[in-house]
Design a protein around this ligand. Structure first.
Ligand code: NAD
Ligand code: WQD
Length: 339
């Protein structure tokens, strides 16, 4: 079976490509390298000992996508292609709405024209918004998002659901990721943010490796056990395995199905810093600073549905996540630029 990964040269896409190839799937990647590079795809091929058909194209370009789908005829598309920096989305909302929504429309239209009937979408826990109490389950109504990035995910979920209602042949799987961290255990592929990292783990790793002076912990006065925010961190390889299970699931299902991909276990910012230091024997300088606007105190998954329906659950521990993040960072201090 063949799977096309739109945005597959990125962080989650490359790890998923490795696990799909290892699972015997044929893999096609289409990316415009807006936030990635071909080197990552080469390394994914080497890790899996397989071949990836690689195309450079903007997924917003419907004709280009249609030509690739017609040529490759994948059974399933996984839609990773999107812009994901929350802060930038506040400053440049139209850029985010244009790219994220147009990629989704373009993919759906090109799929309809070429007879591809299954799509798996990279959604986010952010769609639960501020109103729902954690742990979040898939039955909860979506909430009000706190930034344009989150709204693009919420709107794209709606577009995909409406497309499935109109076309009963379409199968849509919405995967709501929690906080992916970690890297392939080889240290050959990992997260390679450009500029100052927005997310916690890349920041922690860059402080540990000496690229940044000190981590600012955003808020130490939340109503949580140690005063810092709680999140559901999930190893990117567990996430990749979740995608393989979702591909298997989508082969036998039409309509829309939603799954949380998280561990169901909340950890604090200080849990991350302390575990990272202990597991890796390195120092992470940090100081408690003011809260960051828009942060929820607590966000974690009810991971029961994915276990029951997909037969998937996260297996890797927080220590594994910290070890593998560091292994990637220390072997590639400047990310793929080192190649
Ligand atoms: P990433 O930036 O590493 O990967 C996204 C890929 O999409 C990049 O390779 C980028 O070049 C590509 N891309 C973007 N716009 C494109 C376009 N118009 N045409 C072709 N390619 C395009 O991000 P990631 O962490 O791998 O995330 C993958 C998906 O999962 C994204 O949609 C993201 O919003 C979603 N997601 C990520 C997280 C997270 O914390 N990493 C959490 C929830 C959801
Ligand atoms: C985690 C915790 C911060 C950086 C975001 C998006 C979400 C999803 C995942 C998708 C929080 C704290 C962080 C730092 C800190 N995205 N922190 N100092 O905000 O839970 O989720 O990424 O594509 O939609 O909103 O993740 O890694 O930014 O923060 O103290 O320098 O670490 O306050 O408590 P977040 P994060």
């Amino acid at each position: 079976m063949k799977v096309l990964l739109a945005g597959g040269a990125g962080y989650i896409g490359t790890h998923t490509a490795v696990q799909l190839l290892k699972g015997g799937y044929e893999v096609v990647v289409v990316d415009n390298y807006d936030n990635s590079c071909p080197e990552a795809v080469k390394r994914a091929e080497a890790l899996a000992g397989g071949k990836i058909s690689l195309y450079e194209a903007d997924i917003q370009d419907r004709d280009a996508v249609q030509a690739i789908l017609a040529k490759e005829q994948p059974e399933t598309v996984i839609h990773f292609a999107g812009l994901k920096a929350v802060g930038e989305s506040v400053a440049k909302p139209l850029k985010y709405y244009r790219n994220n929504i147009n990629t989704t429309l373009s993919l759906l239209e090109a799929m309809a024209d070429t007879g591809v009937k299954r799509i798996i979408f990279s959604s986010s826990a952010t769609v639960y918004g501020e109103q729902n109490p954690a742990p979040y389950n898939e039955e909860m109504p979506k909430g009000l998002c706190t930034n344009p990035y989150g709204w693009t995910k919420s709107i794209m979920e709606q577009i995909l659901a409406d497309a499935a209602t109109a076309n009963p042949e379409l199968g849509v799987v919405l995967l709501r990721y929690f906080n992916p961290i970690g890297a392939h255990e080889s240290g050959r592929i990992g997260e390679d943010p450009q500029g100052i990292p927005n997310n916690l783990m890349p920041y922690v790793s860059q402080v540990a490796v000496g690229r940044r002076e000190q981590l600012t912990v955003f808020g130490g006065d939340y109503d949580t056990p140690d005063g810092t925010c709680l999140r559901d961190y999930i190893h990117v390889m567990d996430l990749a395995d979740g995608h393989v299970k979702a591909v298997e699931f989508s082969a036998g299902h039409k309509g829309v199905e939603i799954f949380n991909l998280g561990t169901g276990k909340p950890y604090s910012v200080l849990d991350i810093v302390n575990t990272f230091q202990q597991v890796n024997g390195v120092k992470v300088n940090y100081a408690i600073g003011p809260r960051r606007a828009g942060d929820l105190p607590v966000c974690y998954a009810d991971a029961g549905k994915a276990k029951k329906v997909l037969g998937w659950e996260a297996k890797r521990t927080l220590a594994d996540m910290c070890r593998d993040s560091w292994n990637w960072q220390k072997n590639n201090p400047d990310g793929y630029q080192d190649a």
